[in-house]
Design a protein around this ligand. Structure first.
Ligand SMILES: [Zn+2]
Length: 402
């Protein structure tokens, strides 16, 4: 099998024109669909659809089950239900931050199997050593599934080069010029595709395909787990990347006289509104996310000082959103992780600042909290499945767990 090492900030791979690829994509996104409905949705002749189903069943990618009678369904012979083969291939998705890795094995249809959080102090570490440990964990996860592995993807907060997955700069890991995808791929020899991408781009994919951003034409997603704030814009599901590193939303300046940011500027959104900023932490002592949860709880109970801190962070978020709305004119804004909490607790502070944007006032974008749990992992899995979805024959003859 030819090995490809590719970056992840390009477009989510679209299925090729083959009927089997289009059908597999539909089953993957819906999780379960009646054969007749799939045939109609894809506009396929019945004989072509039947051939595609037979091919995907033979490849062990989908299975057919008894028909599900739906209210209002047209009369006639009931159509079998198509769903992902429960023994079919998986991908391994991972998220790496400054102190831990989170991993999951994900099947077609988005079913999440084993999920682990493992302490992995990556800030200031030797990147090769950290990535080798991470690859070992990913290998274990793939083997533990007992199923063929179709791909792997790792999301991290950083600028990733479009051509080969080189991490130009990851401020929260203190890494520079790290060929991350190449290092991982060397440690994952049986995996046909290994990718590294910006965590926020993966979160955006997850919300676009499976969450609060479904149906958006131009989706702006901002995400914050604890340290740093990432952003991504998808236009029709395709990430806007500029020359490779566009939408560094965490470094939109919201207060030119504010805190110095590791990027070199002052008053960036992330040093004004991430979990570390709320706690007054530093890069080496970022504080505990549990303290942030406690602060959110106190703010909800009406405690004035906690409410003031959340409100100020929410206003900073709204200020950054106003600039981003002016630039990208999104019809939907999804705020993920901690940022979704700001929207829930202090919506007026977010909206009040966002209304300063003439574009937002005119276009009234929908602003919602993210609805996908662990969006970076789920989006990484979507990315990792891309090649199989485009080439359903990718794993023909592959050994389970390799
Ligand atoms: Zn900055």
């Amino acid at each position: 099998m030819n090995k490809l090492v590719v970056q992840t900030t390009t477009a989510y791979p679209q299925p090729s024109e083959s009927a089997a690829a289009r059908l597999l994509h539909l089953v993957h996104l819906t999780g379960s669909v009646a054969r007749a409905e799939a045939t109609a949705q894809l506009g396929l002749p019945r004989s072509t659809a039947a051939e595609a189903v037979a091919e995907l069943v033979e490849l062990g990618l989908i299975a057919q089950g008894p028909p599900e009678r739906q209210a209002g369904a047209p009369r006639g012979r009931p159509s079998p239900q198509l769903y992902p083969d429960p023994a079919g291939p998986v991908v391994v998705a991972a998220r790496l931050d400054s102190s831990e890795a989170e991993l999951a094995v994900v099947g077609l249809g988005g079913s999440v199997g084993q999920r682990r959080r493992v302490p992995l102090p990556a800030y200031g570490s030797d990147p090769r050593q950290t990535l080798t440990v991470l690859a070992g964990l990913m290998r274990e996860a793939a083997a533990g599934s007992g199923r063929a592995c179709a791909g792997a993807a790792v999301g991290l907060a950083g600028m990733v080069r479009a051509t080969d997955g080189l991490v130009h700069s990851a401020l929260h890991l203190d890494w520079e010029s790290v060929p991350a995808a190449e290092i991982l791929a060397a440690e994952l020899p049986g995996v046909p595709r290994v990718e590294v991408g910006k965590d926020a781009s993966f979160a955006a994919l997850a919300e676009h395909y499976r969450g609060a951003g479904r149906g958006a034409r131009t989706l702006l997603t901002l995400t914050c787990e604890h340290i740093g704030i990432g952003g991504a814009v998808l236009q029709g599901g395709v990430p806007f990347t500029g020359a490779g590193s566009a939408v560094e939303a965490g470094h939109v300046v919201v207060d030119p006289t504010g805190t110095a940011c590791p990027c070199g500027m002052r008053g960036c959104l992330e040093v004004s509104a991430d979990g570390r900023a709320l706690l007054g932490g530093t890069p080496s002592e970022p504080g505990d996310p549990a303290e942030v949860a406690e602060l959110l709880r106190r703010a909800e109970e009406g405690e004035r000082s906690a409410g003031g801190r959340i409100g100020a962070a929410a206003a900073n978020l709204g200020r950054a959103l106003a600039s981003l709305a002016n630039l990208f004119d999104p019809d939907c804004v999804v705020l993920s992780g901690l940022l979704g909490e700001y929207l829930r607790i202090a919506p007026e502070r977010v909206h009040g600042e966002l209304r300063a944007s003439v574009v937002a006032r005119t276009q009234s974008p929908k602003v919602v909290a993210g609805s996908v749990a662990s969006p970076v992992l789920i989006g990484a899995a979507e990315q990792a499945f891309g090649r199989l979805l485009a080439e359903p024959r990718l794993l023909r003859g592959a050994m389970p767990g390799t």
